[in-house]
Ligand binder design. Structure first.
Ligand code: PBG
Length: 327
């Protein structure tokens, strides 16, 4: 009877061993928590497709941000859903220094100066047509005029106090345009976190309820990436780094772990992965039915995303995970 000489199970036999040889460790330091601002006061409006997530008026948003900061989460990612009546083709609400997003950014910074506020920069939440760029007659999304507006939106958010701007529109050349404008206007120190490889994904469905940003016609496939493409993701990421992105993002996360790994190996800037609304809601829905252990599933997905190469992860579970890690 021969026994195997190599026995990987030796360092797996107790929790102490497993802790020592663990290669990937979750930390609250690597988590970013998305928040949704809506108009009004004392509004906590649950997003039906994302149990546990609510649209918050600025006063409530500040409370939520404080609570998240108290768990050790270092950053929030802010989205704004202005009133329908304020949406127009020009995305005026996003350009307004007194607009909802700008108000929310400065309110959070006033209340929790040490918490980083990343401002999502896009036109879809502020346009009446719900597309991420300007729409030409015939329904074509115009790249270059969109880029100009997006840069102005980024400047508006930087002026409001955003610690980083995060363009999620997927127009070509927007990182360079933003960098130039920010530098020229005195915001050379404001980082750009680029949604560099953002796929046209079915997993954004629940988010569009939260951000009230579903396109009124068509879809986003002329600007977001085809889920079938990997080399193209590297091209997008390298372009954004060249244009001056300080961090690059892969989105969604779970179905794109190969992309995360390839991006991690190709660039030296930090790589951020976004565990998007649909990824969150799938786990929630199964957990609510008692079909899955929520905490174990969340920790496993986030561990997988880190193991694939993401340095940072945006997740709706951020404060909860930070609490679990502290317990
Ligand atoms: C807007 C934007 C979207 C998400 C982040 N920014 C939706 C979209 O592109 O339609 C998705 C986030 C999520 O699903 O959690 N450009």
């Amino acid at each position: 009877m021969s026994h195997p000489a190599m026995r990987p199970r030796r360092t797996r036999q107790s929790d102490a061993w497993r802790r020592m040889v663990r290669e990937t460790r979750l930390s609250p330091d690597a988590l970013i928590y998305p928040l949704f601002a809506v108009p009004g006061r004392a509004v906590r409006h649950p997003v039906s497709s994302m149990p546990g997530v609510s649209q918050l008026s600025v006063d409530e948003l500040v409370k939520e941000a404080k609570a998240a900061a108290a768990t050790g989460v270092p950053a929030v990612l802010l989205f704004a859903a202005p009133a329908e009546a304020e949406k127009d083709p020009r995305a005026s609400a996003a350009l307004d220094p007194k607009g909802l997003a700008a108000q929310a950014i400065s309110a959070i910074k006033d209340a929790c100066p040490d918490l980083l506020v990343w401002a999502d920069v896009c036109l879809c939440g502020a346009t009446d047509h719900g597309h991420c760029g300007h729409v030409l007659p015939g329904g074509v999304i115009d790249n270059d005029s969109s880029v100009e507006t997006l840069a102005q939106v980024a400047l508006n958010y930087a002026r409001a106090g955003a610690d980083a701007v995060a363009p999620s529109d997927m127009m070509d050349g927007r990182v360079q345009a933003m960098r130039r404008l920010l530098d020229r206007e005195g915001f050379a120190a404001t980082p750009i976190v680029s949604y560099a490889a953002k796929y046209a994904s079915s997993f954004y469905g629940p988010f569009r309820e939260a951000a009230e940003s579903a396109p009124a016609f068509g879809d986003r496939r002329s600007y977001q990436m085809d889920p079938a493409n990997a080399r193209e993701a590297l091209r997008e990421v390298l372009l954004d780094v060249q244009e001056g992105a300080d961090m690059v993002m892969v989105k969604p996360a779970g179905p794109y772990l190969d992309i995360i790994r390839r991006v991690r190996d190709a660039v030296s800037v930090p790589v951020v992965a976004y565990q998007v609304s649909g990824e969150y809601s799938l786990i929630k829905a199964a957990a609510e039915r008692g079909w899955i252990n929520e905490q174990a599933a969340v920790v496993e997905t986030l561990t997988g995303i880190h193991r694939a190469g993401a340095d940072l992860v945006i997740t709706y579970y951020a404060p909860e995970v930070a609490r679990w890690l502290a317990a």
